[in-house]
Design a protein around this ligand. Sequence first.
Ligand code: ZN
Ligand code: ZN
Length: 367
Amino acid sequence: MTTTAIAAVLRDSDGKFELEEVELGPLESDELLVKVVGAGLCHTDLLLRDPNFLAQTGPIILGHEGSGIVEAVGSAVRSVEVGDHVLMSFESCGRCRNCLAGSPSYCDEFMSRNLSGRRADLSTSALDRNGNPVANRWFGQSSFATHAIATERNVVVVDKALPLELLGPLGCGLQTGAGSVLNEMKLAAGQSIAVFGAGGVGLSAVMAAKAAGARDIVVVDLVDSRLETAVEVGATRTVRGDAPDLVEAIKNGGRGLDFSFETTAVTSVITTAVSILDTPGKAVLVGGGSGKLDIDPVLLAGKSVTYALEGSSVPQVFLPQLVDLWQRGWFPFDKLVQTYTLDQINQAVEDSLSGKAIKPVLTPAHP
Ligand SMILES: [Zn+2]
Ligand SMILES: [Zn+2]
């Protein structure tokens, strides 16, 4: 069985998406077809504006924070049924040492299964109008489309009473921010954290830190409106990133903070994120890009630094926890969401880059 879908295809690194009709091929045994109702825009989607990246993938359907309704399942799928409401998250193999140990975000095949736009065997199952292949397995889903093909391993079934079109961002950006705090740092009540970058990832870390009972949550950014949003969702203090003595402004006369969370990938900001830590202290980095770690090793005495993928979480365990926190009012991520129809995708990208929208969500089910 094949399915005709409308998808936002990226063919040129100028970053403009075009809506096209694509034919999605038959399901493999572990795959399922999802009618997409919501798909968040995450900064990783914008990596493809780099021509070198796009040259490797070829024409591609992006989108990796999808939510939708299952329309068909492959012959080996057991835990998901037609009609289930699902969130789509990152893909993993389920067989390597780290997957078996409960750390699928550090799967041996993480890069190939999520960032190649293809299945692990490098195949793809979408064809354009001329019969040419289009990469459709970005993070195991490619959800900027009316329909996406995911696998049993990267979907999470959720209650049908939930507002499905809003929940997609839980699958990557929000999971990355909140998971870094709750799973990677294991921040405890009374501890302190500095968050660098008040985008969707940074602000979800703020909400998680507040839910965990952090005493001091300091948010650093250059955009005043984002700092205001940070206070609304739980920051106890904000500091402008261009403050003259930034390290002292963050430490505020104290010993330093227990944790820092760095989302900007700017070299100088990474250095600051380590410099403001108390001893011991832990910096969790998540920003991707050209930033390099440039630090005097002595500065690291008694401290630790790690780069965390996907909040070091198991989506089937962690996403239901986030939904539960949201229902209790402790994780108000919907305050960050702004919805766009699929044909407004280029506007959504523009608004994300300018800072006008913190977490754009496309709604392919609404033409
Ligand atoms: Zn694996
Ligand atoms: Zn992402």
